[in-house]
Structure formats: structure tokens, C-alpha cells
Design a protein around this ligand. Structure first.
Ligand SMILES: Nc1ncnc2c1ncn2[C@@H]1O[C@H](COP(=O)(O)OP(=O)(O)OP(=O)(O)O)[C@@H](O)[C@H]1O
Ligand SMILES: [Mg+2]
Length: 168
């Protein structure tokens, strides 16, 4: 099942991130895809808020990774400027991607080969129709058998924005 929602402001994207956060488990990984300015950091801020993180959440553009923690650790990656796979190995990615913290990965398309089989993919798209400059299409794909078995339908019942479920 691929779910799709449309948000009409940054606030709505934040809200959806913080709703999803309530359904996350230790060790979950969220891979974010989408062009510059499509809302990946905004969504990540929402997830962090939903996880109870108080500190400001900004893109770790020059460091590749930011860490936030309260009861669990959240690792926020941004691979926009990644130069080579060696840099990913250099980070010790396995400890994060396969560890017990929650990972949020911007520009996940640049590290596809390193992603775990079970993950949540968020694909964000700017909608450029007239009068819709604040709209974003957000597609949510649950990848891997374990991830798909979880009860995501309940979460989507609580989404208040435009939404649809696409069978796949
Ligand atoms: N519906 C929406 N959802 C998310 N952001 C929105 C929305 N409408 C407008 N915006 C604005 O779009 C911008 C999204 O920026 P953001 O940094 O989250 O994008 P990004 O995908 O992380 O970009 P980058 O690729 O540079 O990291 C913000 O300025 C935000 O206020
Ligand atoms: Mg960003």
C-alpha cells in the first residue's frame, strides 16, 4: 500500500511528521526523497517535535549528521553534498542505519545502496498548479515485510489533510 497526502502549508507538513512520529518504533529509518525545497527538513522537524525534541532542528548540511535525543536518539542526515561512498563508510553508517535510534535521511537517493530492507520512504513533491505554491504531495511507502505488517491504516485515519491510499 502506498499512501499519499497533500499538505497546503509548512504547518500541515510539520503536523503530519509529528503524527507519524507517534507510530515509530526504536530502530526505524525514514528515507526522504524530493527536490530542493520540497519540505524534507520541514517534515523532519515535525517528526522530531512528535518525538518530544525541544531543540531547533536544522539541516546538517555541512556535518552530514545531527543528533537529537530525549528518550531515544534521533539521527538526522543530509546527503546532498555527499562526495563518494567512502564518506558513507567513514561515517560508520551501520551503527546508525541498523541501530536502535531513529534515522531520518534527507537525499536518501544518494545512499540507496546502504538503506536497510525495512524502511519508511517519504517522497515529497512541489505542486506548481496555480494558487498552490504551498502545496506538497507526500507519498509514503512502507518498504519491507516487517514494515508493511504494522498497522499504518490507523495512522492514516488520523490524517486530517487530503489523502488517498493507492493499492500496489
Ligand atoms: N506544504 C508545505 N510543506 C513543507 N514546506 C512548505 C510547504 N509549503 C511551503 N513550504 C516551505 O517550503 C520550504 C521547505 O523547505 P525545506 O528546507 O523543508 O525543504 P528541503 O526539502 O529540506 O530542502 P533541501 O533540499 O534544501 O534540504 C520551507 O520554507 C517551507 O516553509
Ligand atoms: Mg533539507
Amino acid at each position: 500500500m502506498i499512501y499519499s497526502i497533500t499538505t497546503h502549508s509548512a504547518e500541515e507538513t510539520l503536523e503530519f511528521g509529528s503524527l507519524l512520529a507517534k507510530y515509530l518504533r526504536d530502530g526505524d529509518l525514514i528515507a526522504l526523497f524530493g527536490d530542493l525545497g520540497s519540505g524534507k527538513t520541514c517534515f523532519t522537524q515535525g517528526v522530531c517535535n512528535g518525538c518530544g525534541i525541544q531543540e531547533p532542528v536544522t539541516s546538517p548540511t555541512f556535518t552530514l549528521i545531527n543528533e537529537y535525543s530525549n528518550s531515544n536518539s534521533i539521527y538526522h542526515f543530509d546527503f546532498y553534498r555527499i562526495g563518494s561512498e567512502d564518506e558513507v563508510y567513514g561515517l560508520g553508517y551501520e551503527e546508525y542505519f541498523y541501530g536502535t535510534g531513529i534515522c531520518l535521511i534527507e537525499w536518501a537517493d544518494r545512499v540507496l545502496n546502504f538503506l536497510p530492507a525495512n524502511r519508511i520512504e517519504i517522497h515529497m513533491e512541489n505542486l506548481f498548479e496555480q494558487g498552490k505554491e504551498f502545496s506538497r504531495k507526500i507519498e509514503i511507502r512502507f518498504i519491507g515485510a516487517e514494515m508493511q505488517q504494522r498497522n499504518w491504516a490507523e495512522m492514516f485515519e488520523n490524517v486530517e489533510h487530503e489523502k488517498s491510499g493507492i493499492e500496489s
